[in-house]
Design a protein around this ligand. Structure first.
Ligand code: DP6
Length: 340
């Protein structure tokens, strides 16, 4: 068995925005999704994790710095449980000895507000844990481990840039990989922070209700077309075609959410106002398209040359609402001299 690393491991990991969304699982224990999904890592929405393993196995300390106030809070029992689960999963897989842990974590954006904070956290956590135990692992395998953490979409935060998560047939082939680096296309994601409130229903519960929606089969039909079409639009860097598909995908996922049992309504009035604003901006010749994850916040997707104009219009029309500017970014990174 390899010795316990005494040093603190520092990792940074991006959130990602899905262009083709993951909603619904065909196997919840293995976290196998119903469909392939496709995303971009976000340069402005990152989580940093400092992990130190301790000899005292009783130590299970997680401190989270609050995005808004800067205050350092201890993780709640609900937040701690999935972290302990990930550590148990990894220890078992690699026959590692038990150890306590101390974690400091900070986000550059609000957590649990539909900006994939669990994706950035769990992708970082898996990577930090393996590094702390001196386990060297392939990127593909790390995406599989991240998939089985608290957040399936964490798999997509590990590789660089634009990332495809294959639904696969079984555990070993449901993994994520980069299909293009961050420099491939100058897309931007302007996140409009309609709400900084933490969502009430975690995605895990939401996935299990997806099949109860009568619109779920219609979504699968839509995806059969959308998945082929988005590959073509991406290949051609065709923002109009690409944007039309991602907007339809988001509306399709939210239609399932709104009609599943129990129903999930994530949008608020401002969400809808922003969707109308994107239509209006398009009619003025600005190629901007909206997508929304499991929250009220709206991600405005466009290309870099239009970003300043879009941010100015949004801040004039929606005073007091913050935005976060993102370009495509690299995936999870260990800071310092360790690397895979
Ligand atoms: C709506 O099970 O990955 O964001 O990260 O906790 O939200 P969380 O969980 P996860 O579900 C993500 C669902 C989604 C769509 C997506 O990112 O593909």
């Amino acid at each position: 068995m390899k010795p316990l690393s005494q040093e603190t491991v520092n990792v940074t990991s991006p959130a990602n925005i899905a262009f083709i969304k993951y909603w619904g699982q065909r196997d919840s224990s293995e976290v196998l999704p119903e469909n392939d999904s496709f995303s971009m890592n976000l340069s402005g929405c990152t989580t940093s994790i400092q992990l130190t393993l301790t000899e005292n196995i009783e130590t299970q300390e997680v401190k989270i710095r609050d995005y808004a106030t800067g205050a350092i809070n201890q993780a709640s029992p609900e937040e701690l449980a999935p972290i302990v689960h990930v550590f148990e999963l990894l220890r078992k897989k690699y026959s590692l000895h038990n150890a306590g842990f101390s974690i400091n974590s900070a986000n550059s954006f609000p957590k649990k507000a539909g900006i994939a904070s669990s994706a950035s956290f769990f992708s970082g956590l898996v990577t930090a844990f393996l590094a702390a135990y001196n386990v060297s692992e392939t990127e593909r395998e790390r995406t599989i481990l991240a998939r089985k953490s608290g957040s399936g979409s964490a798999a997509r935060s590990i590789p660089d840039g634009f990332v495809w998560w294959y639904k696969g047939n079984e555990d070993a082939d449901s993994y994520a990989e980069s299909i293009a680096g961050p420099d491939y296309w100058d897309l931007v994601d302007i996140v409009v922070l309609v709400s900084k409130e933490e969502k009430q229903t975690g995605s895990q519960k939401g996935h299990s209700g997806a099949h109860s929606s009568l619109l779920f089969p219609a979504r699968q039909f839509f995806l059969n077309h959308a998945i082929n079409d988005i590959k073509e639009a991406f290949r051609n860097r065709d923002i109009e075609h690409f944007g039309t598909i991602i907007e339809a995908d988001a509306v399709s996922m939210h239609s399932v959410m709104m009609t599943q049992d129990p129903q999930l309504f994530f949008w608020n009035g401002t969400t809808l106002d922003l969707l109308r604003t994107t239509l209006e901006l398009r009619s003025q010749g600005i190629p901007v398209y909206a997508t929304i994850d499991a929250g009220a916040n709206v991600h405005l997707i466009s290309t870099r040359s239009f970003s300043e104009k879009i941010i100015n219009i949004i801040s004039t029309r929606f005073p007091g609402i913050d935005t976060i500017y993102n370009e495509p970014s690299v995936g999870t990174r260990i800071i310092g001299n360790r690397n895979y």
